[in-house]
Ligand binder design. Structure first.
Ligand code: FAD
Length: 450
């Protein structure tokens, strides 16, 4: 018999329980559906990464990966009929789009079972609950319970799989991104990068992770998103390494943030768009032509604030941005330009290679003060002092903003203080941060009815 394994956000062979379930059901037909609803919304770096992951998976499946283009609810049942499949196997997708899509596919499959095994998380969203069986709304108690719960060991990599065959469309082509250095895609690259981080960097992660100028974070986010690695494997490897201490602890906590936001979105899928905490529902925002121009300046890295511009340009070039810079740029859009977080979140989702509805939209809600954890809405990131503190030599800015390359560390975050003024080609600051901060605080106070 033939069983289809439909790869989605699990583009790997190792530690893939759904793939093992398919193997136990018959010869495995490895399928990837290029869903235009997802592909066409993606920026070039994300397309590039996904194309690379698929090329790697194609090789790992002995060249048998079947690519089909189209809506999954049409394509998957058609292929199941074509190869007379006994079942279709997937790793459960717990996001709103994936859940709706899978229900539609399941219905269209009729008699052929859609078998869901596992999820993209160490502990499946919806599992960790309070004593009264309700979901956690605050991170720290969730994380405590999450650690106490523990997680299963990784599933073994299947030694030999008998791959079934079917006609395939071409692998998608990776867009040309010139000489930008990109994160290497695929399961093997994920393993290599992870091993290096675990051996050399995790011990110092707690005090180094806030530096965008240094390569001190794991860069696992895109790999976790596309499932070229599973968090169970990461947690297992950390335990096996025998390392302990604040570096390891902080890293595990960061993985837990990912699980927490997925849990929040599982319980309240509407919070991908709507405010989690509706206290600020009545908030007003800048609108009209002027707001559109401001948004454009932010999106293209031309605000005149070097830290913001460097980060936004990195996002466009690489499809990735350092966590600290995500907070600074998001705060700038929401609190200096007075725009709704949903607009920035949509833009990030389009460009981030690791773009993940749960982590991204709840990251934005956190910055905007509308999310879980009652993030202090009155906290307004100062792009100048943050830049000086976390990019102290200006290396990060100089890397992404060539107009400022000749400025030294003292001036690079405040180019208007240079003896000859702001270097040619670089914009003047678009707003007065101090003033906009007051305006933002006032807007928040009004929305809260105080
Ligand atoms: P590391 O520092 O090495 O962290 C390890 C892993 O922990 C990450 O790969 C990620 O899976 C998880 N993690 C770390 N911080 C967070 C966090 N705050 N929330 C959730 N998970 C976290 N992360 C995404 O994966 N996708 C997104 O679309 C996304 N959008 C964000 C938007 C905003 C406005 C903010 C403030 C944060 C966002 N994050 C997002 C979280 C975080 O910025 C990235 O996970 C991190 O920068 C990825 O780099 P890394 O893998 O080197 O992280």
């Amino acid at each position: 018999p033939t069983a289809i394994h439909w790869f989605r956000r699990d583009l790997r062979l190792a530690d893939n329980p759904a793939l093992l379930a398919a193997r136990d059901a018959g010869d495995v037909l490895p399928l990837f559906v290029l869903d235009p609803a997802l592909w066409e919304k993606s920026g070039d770096p994300r397309k590039h990464f996904l194309a690379g992951c698929l090329a790697d998976l194609h090789e790992a499946t002995d060249g048998q990966l079947v690519i089909r283009h189209g809506k999954p609810e049409d394509v998957v049942p058609a292929l199941a009929r074509e190869v007379d499949a006994v079942s279709v196997h997937v790793a459960g997708d717990t996001g709103p789009y994936g859940r709706t899509r899978d229900t539609a596919v399941e219905k269209a499959l009729g008699d052929v079972d859609l078998v869901r095994t596992g999820s993209a998380y160490a502990i499946a969203p919806g599992t960790i609950r309070k004593d009264d069986d309700t979901p956690f709304k605050v991170f720290t108690p969730f994380s405590r319970r999450w650690r106490e719960h523990g997680w299963p060991d990784p599933a073994p990599r299947p030694r030999k799989v008998s791959w079934a065959r079917a006609d395939s469309e071409d692998l998608p082509e990776a867009p040309d991104l010139g000489d930008t250095e990109l994160l290497e895609p695929g399961e093997r690259a994920a393993g290599k990068r992870w091993k290096q981080f675990l051996d050399e960097r995790i011990a110092d992660y707690d005090d180094q992770r806030d530096r965008p100028d240094l390569d001190t974070t794991s860069r696992m986010s895109a790999h976790l998103h596309f499932g070229t690695v599973h968090p169970r494997t990461l947690l297992h490897d950390i335990a096996e390494s025998g390392q302990k201490g604040p570096g390891v602890d902080t890293y595990v906590t960061e993985l837990c943030w990912r699980e927490f936001y997925a849990d929040v979105l599982w319980h309240r899928p509407e919070t991908a768009r709507e405010y989690y905490n509706d206290e600020l529902k009545g908030m007003t925002y800048a609108s009209g032509k002027h707001a559109d121009e401001d948004f454009e300046a932010w999106a293209t890295g031309r605000t005149g604030f070097p830290a913001v511009d460097a980060a936004m340009r990195q996002l466009l070039a690489e499809g990735w941005m350092h966590n600290r810079m995500r907070m600074i740029t998001a705060s700038f859009l929401v609190k200096d330009l007075h725009q709704e977080w949903t607009r920035g979140a949509r833009y990030f989702m389009q460009h981030l290679v690791d773009g993940d509805l749960a982590s991204n939209n709840h990251g934005w809600q956190w910055v905007a003060g509308t999310g879980t954890d009652a993030a202090p809405y009155f906290r307004v990131f100062n792009p100048i002092t943050q830049g000086k503190k976390f990019d102290p030599d200006g290396e990060y800015v100089r890397r992404w903003v060539p107009e400022l390359r000749d400025l030294d560390a003292k001036l690079v975050h405040e180019p208007w203080k240079a003896p000859d003024g702001v270097p040619e080609g670089y914009p003047e600051v678009m707003v007065d941060h101090k003033h906009e901060r007051e305006v933002a605080l006032d807007r928040y106070a009004k929305a809260r009815g105080r």
